[in-house]
Design a binder for this molecule. Sequence first.
Ligand code: CUA
Length: 316
Amino acid sequence: MHGASIFAPAGAPADAIQTLSLFVLAITGIIFVIVGGLMVYCLVRYRRRSDDDGREPPQVYGSNPVELAWTVVPVIIVFVLTTTAIRSTYEIQAAPPPPDSLQVRVVGHQWWWEFQYPALGVITANELHIPVSDPAHPTPTYLTLESADVAHSFWVPRLAGKTDVIPNRRNIMWLAPAQSGTYVGQCAEFCGTQHAKMLLRVVVHPADDFARWVQAQRQPAARNPGAEAGRQVFEATACVSCHAVRGTGASGTFGPDLTHLMSRETIGAGAAQNDLANLRDWVEDPNRLKPGVLMPAMQLTQPQLDQVVSYLASLR
Ligand code: CUA
C-alpha cells in the first residue's frame, strides 16, 4: 500500500505534472527570495533613525536601462512559465490512445465509483484494476469519465492529476503506472453528504496477474448450495432493483455490481474493510457506516440478515 502524496509520482502523467510543478516552484522561489531579500535589506538598512532630518532622499526618474530591465525580464519569465505549462498540458491531454490500450468507462455515482471494461465484459466498483505500464513498452489505461448524478472528480494523486466527472459530458484521462501496487485516491469535488467517503483504489498488476484478475471477474457469480437461503432472501427483497449479480435475476444498476463482491478490499466505497462483521453491519443499517448513504436498511430479521451475509460472502 502506497500513500497518496503528490510528491511521490508513480507513472507518466503524474511524473510530468511533478516536473512542471518543481520547475515553476523553483523559478517563483528564486523570485520570492530576491524580492523578499531586497525588501528585508531595505527595511533594516534604511529604517528610521533618531537623528533623521525628515527630508526626502534624492529621487531617480526615467532611467531607460532600469525601466527596460524590469519590463523585459518579467515578460521573459512569464513567457517561459506559460510555454512550459502549455507544453505539459498538451503532452498529457493530446496523447492519443495506442490501439491496444485498455479502455475503462468510469461512472461517478453518489457516493461510489463504477468501473466498466466494455472490451473485457467486466464491471466492478470502487477498486480499479489495471496493468502496470513499462516505460519501455507503455500500456496505458484510458479512462472515459461520466457522471450518473452530480459533479465528481477522479483523483489518484500518485498516478495523475484531477479530472472532473460531470453529468452529460465525457472527459478523458489516462494512467500509466510504472510500478505495481495499490494506489489510493478519492473524489475531489464536493458532491453531497458522503463526498468524504467516496474513496477509490487503483490496483496495478503485472500483465499476467491482470489477465488472471480479468479471467476471474468474467465468470458469472459462484453458486454455493450453502448460501441458497440467503440468495432467495436477497432476490425477494429490493436489493435486486439496485444491484446486479451476473447469472442471477439481480440486474439493478443503481448500486455497485456485486457479482464478485468478495474480491474487493472495502465496502461502501472505502467506508470500511470488506469483512463479514462490517458486511453484516452495513447490510443491517448502511447509515451506521456511512450516514446519508442512498442504500436503505432493508429491515431484515436477524436470521435473514445472517443468510444474506452468507450469500454475499459466497460471491467470490
Ligand atoms: Cu463524488 Cu465528491
